[in-house]
Design a protein around this ligand. Structure first.
Ligand code: PEP
Ligand code: MG
Length: 314
């Protein structure tokens, strides 16, 4: 029943009263690219570039990188593509980049931090992205993973512009970055919340440890409260703030995120119809009310159950 209701809607994400929440897809491999491009989305909210670097002895050369990025930009010509620069380390170890034997790799040299040791790797990736962007009609935005400080966002944005790409952003995955979201937002052009890592670091619960899945839950009110603060601060700086972690694909969570002021949601293509349909059934004020219920809940299970019960599903 829900499926047929979902199929009735197409087009841009918006609430029942017309408030826009962009619906974007996550892309992470050459396989599945065409299906992702064929989906009814407004573009890519998270292009994970790791696939190009994994399972090999060294860095792909310029031509190979340009070709891989071009394939994605061409598939999404005319639409926005948010590219994430290499996110190596922790759950994504990469032989020629990451430091072996770190005691706490999730707290170690990962994401943007790898550019401290390998600045050329980031600049070469940006150069290849810029060349691929020039050759295609996509609206390419570039963001860095695991940003902790406004100064890191400013430095990254300068390097992105230096490479010839106009739009630079920072991911909010580290609590310190989320707490300083206003300063981070003003140091670059947009923010994107990675709820997988943000939940891991807010809850101090390793995302690789299934035993702690209850703590890692993005419905934890503490995670939602930090997200609310960050989204409010980014909006005050007039910067878009998206969510690209797995939580964006949960229709009930999508309503809460819209209510918290998030401007785009990025997910697996298969999840788009249900999220689109859920948004269309609720006004922004109703989403805000659902968000307030989740924030007031004592725990993740109650937050989820209350939103699920209060939302309209048909
Ligand atoms: C996240 O952390 O939520 C995210 C989108 O990035 P990844 O899952 O690739 O770390
Ligand atoms: Mg992450």
């Amino acid at each position: 029943r829900r499926r047929s209701a979902a199929a009735a809607h197409t087009g841009p994400g918006r609430t029942a009263d017309g408030h826009a929440v962009k619906l974007l897809v996550n892309v992470g491999a050459a396989r599945g690219l065409q299906a992702a491009a064929d989906a009814d989305s407004e573009g890519v909210g998270l292009f994970r570039t790791e696939f190009l670097f994994l399972d090999r002895a060294g860095e792909p050369d310029h031509a190979e990188q340009v070709a891989a990025y071009r394939a994605v930009f061409e598939a999404f010509a005319g639409r926005r593509v948010v590219v994430r620069t290499l996110d190596a380390g922790a759950d994504k170890p990469l032989g020629f980049v990451t430091v072996p034997g770190e005691a706490n790799p999730a707290l170690g040299v990962r994401g943007l931090r790898t550019a401290r040791r390998h600045p050329g790797l980031l600049d070469r990736q940006l150069a290849a992205l810029a060349e691929a962007a020039r050759a295609t009609g996509a609206d390419v935005w570039v963001m860095a993973p695991m940003v902790s400080l406004p100064a890191e966002a400013a430095d990254f944005a300068a390097r992105v512009r230096e490479a010839g790409l106009p739009t630079a952003g920072a991911m909010l995955e580290v609590p310190a970055a989320a707490l300083r979201a206003g300063a981070l937002a003003s140091a670059c052009d947009f923010l994107s919340v990675g709820t997988n890592d943000l939940a891991q670091y807010v809850m101090a619960a390793d995302r690789m440890n299934g035993e702690l899945a209850d703590l890692l839950d993005p419905w934890q009110p503490a995670v939602l409260e930090l997200l609310r603060q960050a989204a409010t601060a980014a909006r005050a700086e007039d910067r878009p703030v998206g969510v690209c972690g797995e939580s964006a694909s949960d229709p009930a969570m999508a309503l809460v995120l819209a209510g918290l002021g998030v401007t785009s949601l990025s997910m697996a293509p298969v999840c788009l119809p249900e999220v689109r349909a859920a948004l269309r059934r609720h006004t922004l004020a109703e989403c805000q009310d659902l968000a307030a219920r989740a924030l007031a809940a004592p725990d993740a299970a109650t937050a989820h159950a209350e939103v699920q019960a209060a939302a309209r599903w048909e």
